[in-house]
Design a protein around this ligand. Structure first.
Ligand code: ATP
Ligand code: MG
Length: 369
């Protein structure tokens, strides 16, 4: 799927914008605070019905205005699709596809698949396991509805069990329900582990090659999935994993009661990343951190393509800074097929671009070169 034309009305710092994009690489060049991220945000909004940095749609409406509108004319190689989002301040937003109103946000899913890389994604490498679990959850939920269902049940049970453990000192009767919650959490937990292990296996098959390509073959990225210690084979069938999870929970029951928190289960999983045999979290340089985060995102995009036959639109916000010339050249010219939007500040980057379109952006106005 590609975005052929984007029209914005009173969206962030854009009063009115109409832009026609290239089906391959589009480079958006501009100084700070001119509207580069806002443009990617608008495309991301049509894709997911949400923004990676706004809590509600009111923030997206230009200051002093009462409504915003984002319209995308899309092309999937065979037919044209017009996606439209109307964002009135203080009222419900409305999405239409070819003029037909969408009843739920779920109906938006799959119409304009996208993968976003933003500066916050560097946390994937540098921060704690929670960020990487969120990455795995986001990716697998998009591909596997059964996983999304298991995850939401697991979270509900986790909250309930956490409350029991917290309050059972004052209300010992709550303890009777503890084993039943542990059992159910293990059942859903086994499904999560099974799907995560299979997704990480696919990442292992894809991400290291992308990382090697980007770094010129000089670096080896290694990924491994860490889960509950009693699970001998996370790729096994959920019913095999279930027994091993129950065993772990039983062994940690006293510790859970003592610490008044859930200690056992895949809510502590991690995706461990090494570069050249060293922990990426502890030792990666700025450029290596960026390369590894980008490799993960590009690998997720590959996997989405393998499953759906469609290349998700790739939105790369400020990915080029801190990369050396070779790595910049990889981002601009070596990402295979599909539509890509790349924002950057420095003008000389465009000299590296072999094919595609360059746009200059100044105070919410876009000019094609
Ligand atoms: P940088 O290179 O620093 O990342 P950028 O080009 O990505 O800059 P944006 O994040 O797109 O900049 O923001 C551009 C401008 O839009 C900012 O000055 C911001 O204050 C402004 N802006 C954000 N929200 C609104 C809004 N609702 N109405 C009007 N202007 C807004
Ligand atoms: Mg920005």
């Amino acid at each position: 799927m590609t975005v052929q034309r984007l029209t914005l009305e009173h969206f962030r710092n854009y009063t009115h914008l109409e832009a026609d994009f290239h089906g391959g690489v589009n480079v958006i060049v501009g100084e700070n605070a001119q509207g580069k991220t806002n443009l990617l945000e608008a495309i991301g909004y049509l894709s997911s019905g949400g923004s990676h940095r706004a809590r509600n749609h009111r923030e997206l409406v230009q200051f002093g205005c009462d409504r915003a509108r984002v319209t995308g004319k899309l092309w999937n190689g065979q037919r044209e699709l017009v996606l439209d989002a109307q964002l009135p301040v203080g009222a419900r937003r409305k999405f239409t596809c070819n003029g037909v109103g969408l009843k739920t946000l779920g109906e938006l899913s799959g119409l304009l698949p996208s993968v976003l890389f933003c500066p916050e994604d560097l946390h994937l490498i540098r921060e704690g396991a929670g960020v990487r679990r969120r990455f795995l959850n986001d990716c697998i939920c998009q591909l596997r509805p059964r996983y999304a269902m298991a995850l939401s049940n697991y979270r509900r049970l986790w909250e309930h069990k956490t409350r029991i453990l917290r309050d059972c000192g004052e209300k010992p009767s709550l303890m009777y329900a503890l084993d039943a919650f542990s059992q159910q959490m293990a059942e859903y937990g086994a499904i999560l582990i099974h799907y995560r292990a299979h997704f990480v296996k696919r990442l292992q098959e894809t991400a290291p090659a992308i990382h090697a390509d980007c770094s010129g073959g000089g670096e080896v990225l290694d990924l491994s999935y860490h889960t509950v210690s009693t699970v001998t084979d996370p790729l096994a069938a959920p019913k095999v994993i279930l027994e091993q999870l129950l065993d772990h929970m039983e062994r940690h029951k006293q510790a859970e009661i003592h610490s008044r928190s859930c200690l056992s289960g895949p809510h502590k999983d991690d995706l461990v990343l090494d570069i050249n045999g060293q922990s990426a979290k502890g030792f990666a340089s700025q450029g290596q951190t960026r390369t590894a985060a980008l490799a993960l995102k590009l690998a997720a995009r590959d996997i989405m393509f393998q499953d759906t036959g469609q290349w998700p639109v790739l939105l790369l916000d400020d990915v080029l800074s801190e990369l050396d010339r070779r790595r910049q050249e990889f981002v601009l010219n070596r990402i295979p097929t599909g539509q890509v939007f790349i924002t950057c500040c420095e003008v000389e980057k465009e000299e590296l671009l072999e094919q595609g379109k360059v746009f200059h952006i100044c105070q919410g106005a876009l000019q094609e070169e």
